[in-house]
Design a protein around this ligand. Structure first.
Ligand code: EPZ
Length: 418
């Protein structure tokens, strides 16, 4: 069952509900270690990355139970006994977000160093710079990150050379229990950063400025917790469906999202002659006119999101004319180009630049997903292509999309698993 098959050529039509945000969920699951008492997270997407993170926090002594679909009750441990096992950590890079909260709450941590992944080397120098700036002693021993704090972390002024999402999150979480004030300068501004700050504040923290370049955290001795918190909708899942609607000449309304989070993508789709209509918590994407070629540069939020670049490459591969994508965030995020070329696309990749010459159509064939968003791009390509497309390594897609086939089938797609 690790293959998804699509019989393409049908425009998507209808309405679907967007699930909770994967990247916010992963950070908030780590943040629960800061809380004295139980917390309940709502709108949690039941995707494999979340299931792995739940196993990891349970391996560290937490309890986690689904109260009902998409609602998770978590009781953080009184003490963190062992380290998170490599078998689990190697599956999930975001396990590095455990460092800050566990160090701040328990004074010591051991987490296997999550490997890189195929989109880039994914260093952690900014995470280390921030946590050491707060007084942590970190070392790498036998493939594990070990950390210790003598007494309590101390607030500090930390400048991030790059607005790293993960480093901002790790430092923000650790600073909540530090003594005194922490400033994070050149902080990441993604919506998931704001969601994490909102969650920390209802736990009892004092975080200000999330969503801007400078985040100010006044440390407190403990965070009571004992709260319920609804996670924001997933802007990248929403964006993927927006591109799928545009790519198939469809007319799809997405529900349960925050339109402003999709502004960079909506603006580029409009530039490509796609109609994007904004409601309070909906977006309608209609493509009943010929699309135009566009140029994309991925940037930190509120720039164009790197997580949407592969999906747009698929859509642009049949738009007449020349489009260009510059990937400024990760060093190896054009792997899907080779698979799209197997379907007839004409794409030239040179370092961080991809040039796409639109062709009349893509042809279905066997292709393989190399990472989560490349897999999503192949779904878009399969929906557009003539004939059947068979995508193997569908397990990558399951990491970040909840009930993807069901949602696409409800929009008229001919898609099944085998
Ligand atoms: C988060 O990864 C997301 N993952 C990624 O989504 C997303 O693509 C990325 O942010 C950028 O928006 C989660 O939130 C779980 P970064 P993260 O630290 O935190 C460099 C998806 O498909 N860097 O902002 O790892 C790094 O090499 C995933 O949902 C350092 O140099 O991203 C990269 O070039 C993929 N040193 C750039 O910053 C560091 O210490 C962005 O990385 C950390 C990062």
């Amino acid at each position: 069952m690790d293959k998804i098959v699509i019989a393409g050529g049908k425009p998507l039509r209808g309405r679907i509900r967007i699930s909770g945000a994967k990247n916010a969920s992963l950070a908030l699951l780590c943040a629960t270690f800061l809380s004295r008492n139980e917390v309940v997270l709502e709108n949690v997407p039941e995707i494999s990355d979340v299931r792995v993170m739940i196993e990891i926090i349970k391996s560290l002594g937490a309890t986690a139970n689904w109260e009902k679909p998409e609602t998770l009750r978590i009781k953080p441990p009184e003490e963190v006994s062992s380290g998170a096992p490599y078998q689990l950590v190697k599956q999930l890079r975001a396990s590095n977000l455990l460092l800050g909260p566990i160090l701040a709450r328990f004074g010591r941590v051991r987490v296997a160093l999550p490997g890189g992944c195929n989109i880039g080397i994914r260093p952690m120098d900014l995470h280390f710079k921030g946590l050491e700036g707060l007084g942590a002693e970190l070392s790498l021993e036998h493939g594990c990150i070990r950390g210790r704090v003598k007494g309590r972390l101390k607030g500090a002024r930390i400048y991030l050379d790059f607005p790293s999402v993960g480093a901002t999150e790790n430092i923000m979480m650790a600073a909540c229990l530090a003594e005194g004030q922490t400033l994070i300068e050149n902080a990441a501004k993604e919506p998931e950063i704001v969601d994490l700050a909102n969650f920390l504040n209802i736990l009892g923290a004092k975080v200000r400025g999330a969503g801007t370049d400078v985040i100010k955290i006044d440390g407190t001795p403990i965070l009571e917790g004992g709260v319920r918190y609804p996670i924001i909708p997933d802007r990248i899942e929403a964006g993927t469906f927006m591109v799928a609607s545009a790519a198939t000449g469809g007319d799809v309304t997405l529900e349960n999202l925050i339109p402003i989070h999709l502004q960079p993508l909506s603006a580029k789709l409009r530039e490509a002659n796609v109609e994007v209509l904004e409601g309070e918590d909906t977006l309608r994407v209609r493509a009943d006119k010929p699309l135009r070629p566009i140029d994309i540069k991925t940037m930190p939020y509120p720039g164009f999101p790197t997580d949407m670049q592969s999906q747009l490459m698929a859509m642009l591969s049949v738009v007449p004319g020349t489009s260009m994508i510059v990937e400024n965030i990760f060093e190896n995020r054009f792997m899907v180009a080779d698979e799209l070329k197997r379907m007839g696309a004409r794409i030239k990749v040179e370092g961080r630049i991809a040039v796409i010459e639109g062709v009349s159509s893509l042809q279905g064939t066997q292709v393989k997903a190399t990472d989560l968003r490349a897999g999503a791009a192949l779904i878009v390509a399969g929906l557009m292509a003539s004939g059947e497309t068979e995508i193997c390594n569908a397990i990558y897609i399951d990491r970040g999309y909840h009930k993807l086939e069901e949602k696409l089938m409800s929009l008229g797609a001919s898609i099944w698993r085998k």
